[in-house]
Design a protein around this ligand. Structure first.
Ligand code: NMX
Ligand code: MLT
Length: 456
């Protein structure tokens, strides 16, 4: 089956049957105990969400339908022009997330083409709205606004209003919205970036023959053939940048269901808000500094720190800098995690991208500082004694690699995170509707109830 929707339809009967069987026969089986600690501490460790495609192991990191990042790098198809030497395409990951199967080259080529065609034209009102926004409005706010505005064209919302579709068919229309939303992200991202750096004028062309990440890169002004190319890139550097986008967007897609952006998308979607409204809400969560905005905060942090230390090698100065931050009750961005207890394998994958290109990155002091920090900060955080995970998380390495190539708008980086994150939570949204999951509505308890339970 070459078409993604048909491939999903193919696996639906079995999955629906499995879940129905579990619901009928095992609904009373206990998953675990909920403690008062969990109730008042962000529901940590509380296994109470169903999530299809990704699970997070505290020590080994993320798995995509059971596959590690390294396995995905081995198995998932890349772009044809890279002849197996580049990064896998986020479209390949999207196929895996949606179907549970590793796609063939041919399936991925079709999906790439479908997304490129669907994304060729932004709705005119969204384009106009983005043009009208203040140039200094935060890029994540611009992204959330653009996505929410696309609800005007939601096929699911329209069909639901008409009352013409049954519950078991909702997914088909949600799927259409989801693909249209993901397809629109390169143009939205390019427009937001050009709002900041080029007074809204395009920095590149959208190329319908190319893949989703290539078009993000082009519209950021970063490809030789399709961009205004304000960074005077060579073909080799331009190819590397496109592969950086592919890698970044391929591995940031999802981090199981409980992270703020995924959980929010799922929660809002459970009220049958359409995918545009649901993911716009997810983006607003991603825009928080303890979540995706850390991608921006890390770059700001590295840029500032580099001004303050004499050299990257000066460990003592770096340590002092970190203590200054901690002693002023701020967090070290890019470190710590609510679930992970080891260095994030996504951090390793990003760092590895730089390590494989020593000629490019060895002389970049900020990139070297990022690497050096991953050795020094865990020691300082352990001594500080508060954080349960003193190691680098996903945001530690990513933004500074984009910065290296000339994407130097300090507030922008989380928008690229937002492009990637669409794929996981929105695949889940399709499955939420396939499986007919209900509105999400946990029970809260007040202080008196807590006291009663604790017999205080
Ligand atoms: N720097 C300083 N203190 C920290 C850090 C850090 N990087 N990480 C955790 N702590 C503190 C935390 O603030 C808390 O302090 P207090 O008891 O005074 O409230 C204490 O350590 C215990 O927190 P944890 O249980 O280890 O972490 P939690 O699960 O609450 O939060 C994060 C997880 C990721 C929000 C937290 O580690 C953090 O704020 N990190 C820095 C921001 C960041 O990098 N976020 C990006 C996460 C990845 N993403 O993209 O979403
Ligand atoms: C993510 O990718 O969503 C972050 O690592 C945060 C999380 O998993 O909670």
């Amino acid at each position: 089956l070459l078409n993604l929707k048909a491939a999903i339809a193919d696996v639906i009967p079995k999955r629906r049957e499995e879940l129905l069987h579990i619901k009928k026969n095992f609904s009373d089986v206990k998953v675990g105990d909920i403690t008062i600690g969990s109730v008042i501490n962000g529901m940590r460790g509380n296994q109470s969400m169903y999530w299809e495609s990704t699970t997070l192991d505290p020590n080994e990191g993320i798995r995509f339908h059971g596959k590690t990042i390294a396995e995905c790098q081995k198995l998932l198809p890349g772009a044809p022009e890279d002849n197996g030497k580049g990064e896998f395409l986020p479209e390949s990951m999207l196929w895996l997330l949606m179907t549970g199967e590793v796609p063939s080259e041919e399936q991925v080529r079709k999906l790439t083409q479908e997304l490129a065609e669907r994304g060729a034209k932004l709705p005119p009102h969204t384009e106009k709205l983005l043009t009208s926004l203040p140039r200094d409005m935060h890029p994540m706010t611009q992204l959330a606004i653009a996505l929410a505005s696309m609800n005007k064209g939601s096929i699911f919302a329209e069909k639901y209003q008409e009352g013409s579709i049954g519950k078991m068919d909702y997914w088909e229309y949600v799927y259409e919205d989801v693909l249209n939303l993901i397809a629109a992200l390169p143009k939205i991202t390019g427009k937001i970036y050009s709002n900041i750096v080029n007074d809204g004028e395009p920095l590149g062309h959208y190329n319908v023959e190319k893949d989703w990440s290539y078009n993000i890169a082009s519209l950021l002004g970063m490809t030789v053939s399709d961009s205004v190319n304000m960074h005077s890139l060579t073909q080799e550097r331009s190819n590397d940048f496109v592969n950086l986008v592919r890698l970044y967007c391929g591995i940031h897609v999802d981090h199981e269901g409980g992270n703020v952006s995924a959980h929010t998308t799922h929660l809002v979607g459970s009220a049958l808000s359409d995918p545009y409204l649901s993911y716009s809400s997810g983006i607003m969560g991603l825009a928080g500094p303890l979540h995706g905005l850390a991608a921006q905060e890390v770059v700001r942090f590295l840029v500032e720190m580099e001004k303050d230390v004499d050299s990257v090698e000066n460990v003592k100065q770096v340590e002092e800098y970190l203590w200054k931050v901690l002693n002023s009750s701020r967090v070290i961005p890019g470190y710590g995690h609510a679930v992970l207890r080891k260095p994030d394998p996504r951090f390793d994958a990003m760092l590895n991208f730089a390590e494989k290109r020593p000629k490019e990155f060895k002389s970049d002091a900020k990139v070297q500082l990022m690497k050096q920090l991953s050795q020094i900060a865990p020691k300082v955080l352990k001594e500080h004694g508060k954080t349960k995970n003193p190691y680098p998380n996903v945001d530690s390495a990513s933004g500074i690699l984009f910065y290296h190539y000339g994407i130097d708008q300090l507030l922008f980086f989380t928008v690229i995170f937002g492009c990637s994150r669409a794929m996981g939570p929105l695949s889940q949204l399709v499955w939420d509707r396939i499986l007919g999951l209900p509105i999400e509505r946990p029970k809260s308890i007040d202080l008196n109830t807590i006291k009663k339970i604790c017999k205080i």
